[in-house]
Design a protein around this ligand. Sequence first.
Ligand SMILES: Cc1cc2nc3c(=O)[nH]c(=O)nc-3n(C[C@H](O)[C@H](O)[C@H](O)COP(=O)(O)OP(=O)(O)OC[C@H]3O[C@@H](n4cnc5c(N)ncnc54)[C@H](O)[C@@H]3O)c2cc1C
Length: 491
Amino acid sequence: MQFYLRVPYRPIKLRIFYSYSVMLVDSMVDKLEEIRKIFGKRFLDRKEDLIPYMKDASYFEGNIPMAAVIAEKTEELSKLMRICSREKIQVVMRAGGSALTGSPVPYKDSILVSMSAMNQILETHVEDGYVVAEPGVRLDDLNLYLSRLGFFYPPDPASSMAATVGGSISTNAGGLRACTYGTTKEWILGLEMVLPGGQIVEVGGRTLKRTKGYDITALMAGNEGTLAIITKAYLKVWPIPEEIGRILAYFKDVRNMGRSISELKGRGIIPYIAEFMDKLSLETIKKAKNIDFPEGSNYLLMIDIASTHESIDRMLDDARKIIESQGPISIKITRDREEMARMYEARKGLYSSSLGLRDTKDEYIEIGDLVVPPSQLPDSLEEIQDSIGEYNLKAVLFGHIGDGNIHANILVDLNNRDHVARVEKFQMAIAKIALKHDGSVSAEHGIGLEKKELFLEELKERNSMDLLPLMKGIKKAFDPENIMNRGKIFD
Ligand SMILES: Cc1cc2nc3c(=O)[nH]c(=O)nc-3n(C[C@H](O)[C@H](O)[C@H](O)COP(=O)(O)OP(=O)(O)OC[C@H]3O[C@@H](n4cnc5c(N)ncnc54)[C@H](O)[C@@H]3O)c2cc1C
């Protein structure tokens, strides 16, 4: 008989997600043996093999799951789910483990299913505009493969090196290119899935159009592993633009930066990417990557324009004139690929370079992920900056300005109760700022464990609490035994 003792409760609420202790009684040992037979050496139950599956990229400490399996085939997952639904065993899927909300963090009484080994690109049909991929394919690997054919898959979270097809569908990831191409949900044509009862089904498919009843494919975008296991994805792909050029505009004033993006979009110039970074972000990047910025800059607006060989210079010039009219302190156009790649990587690496701001090693980064209509950005950003001062916190502001997505990397000392409480209040305060400006409390990272309270706040604010039983009803229809990633999104 094996015992899993409850880990002592740490004083700080919310950061640690311990589930009740699990005693592996003999009947459970028998069930696990049944599962071991399906996966053989890919069934893991030694503590040292399970520790890497405790955490995602958030600050939740997580639990050591009862066991983990490394999936290679859909049929194995079907057999697993038949056992788990029969025996009411909890299941948590994990792929790249890069989620920022605790969504793939397991309970002690769950089986963790690693999807990373299902990582093959199965079919390529660029002439029909799609590829078929297994869920464990990493986004950078998919794009490297497609780039050789002159195509790309647009969803581009800054974690694309680790994030996978299945994980990014399940969180409906956005990223840097979302201002033109939208989030992941726009790029899924269809899915193969294993339902909690073990049935293998296909939704959507290989065609760009189809209307047949409820759109279950769309429902899976952002389901956070609470409904079914994605085992295959039909993904739309797009030709790589002929030319991309970049404008780097440095501003003293947040309003002028915000107006630049509204003006560009209002005049029909939709950037390929449009990112902003505040002064602390720029200082962080300078320290980590040795990329300097002009004196007096409080904000950088980084705009990429995609076009043809013939028109790229004209498009960049048109965009430059519009931005110049908003009075930046410095503006620069570049088409130097190396320089552009350096800055792109620096922006994508802002999470890790923000760690350089820590005063002690006990400080973690908690990420705010808000969205407002782009025209509301100047007011929202100003109010968020004021809140950082009011709560006396250290936070880096940056984000995907083209679609109104603001991130705040907030330094939080998990051993300081007062600090943690202030960060929680600040998260609620900035969520309310987003709601006041017609936005949302979660733009692209999902809800997981972290944003459940903020999610409820949004439902209340929009007078839509009746959606909660509806969503729970959908969950129950898929997962009557409540075995799929229990307690994520809502309790
Ligand atoms: C440095 C950094 C930068 C980031 N930048 C961005 C960004 O710019 N934009 C953005 O949108 N996000 C960003 N993210 C977060 C983003 O949500 C995740 O990186 C990504 O979407 C998760 O993919 P993953 O493969 O790591 O999934 P995991 O973290 O392993 O899992 C995420 C969720 O998906 C579920 N899941 C995984 N595989 C399956 C499957 N096959 N079937 C069903 N459910 C499954 C899990 O249970 C979990 O709920 C960032 C994260 C980091 C660490």
